[in-house]
Design a protein around this ligand. Sequence first.
Ligand code: NI
Ligand code: MN
Length: 225
Amino acid sequence: MKITFLGHSCFSLEINEITILIDPFISGNALAAHIDLSNLRADFILLTHAHQDHVLDVEVIAERTKSVIVSNYEIAMYYGSKGLNVKALNHGGTFKTDDFSAKYVNAIHTSSFADGTYGGEPGGFVISSKDKNLYVAGDTAVTMDMKLIPMLLKLDAAIFPIGDTFTMGVDDAIIASNLVQCSKVIGCHFNTFPPIEIDVNDAKTKFSLKDKELIILEIGEKINL
Ligand code: NI
Ligand code: MN
């Protein structure tokens, strides 16, 4: 599984020949100005919730790539009514293909579209390929529900928001790392806007003092999980 950070909470996952895009918010992110939206690949677009900083570029990408939007029922219906390809899930449900599965799991947050439309209840995804398991928490507080994930499978990495204010911050992300029993954390949802600015080196130090790894990717950087 290859993981590319595209800024804020947007990631691209490559599994075999397919590309999964998560929470595309690029055209509204000044820090991601060097990312070419018109060149992004997507076979599937996974959406954790309906907030603008997670769905801004969904329609333009989905129209061009004919990808399948996978999200909760309300978000799927919202985009389905616009003629886009969708697959609806709800919490506890798993979307399966030959290359990967994505289970929609609990998050503590809110979810509404920019136009006020109800965006269902927010979630995260546990994404499994043949040999790797990745938890994408979405926007969330730390929650005891995270303890359920290691009962299901062993994670190779977890993508956690660390910017505080609208989600958990660094200290809670360390607790979350304990709850999901995964010491390799990829940070997101920080430094995009002033309310979520953090000291990245301080965050890395806090993780390493607990014998954990906080991976901070440059926007556009790709790693092999
Ligand atoms: Ni949000
Ligand atoms: Mn957000």
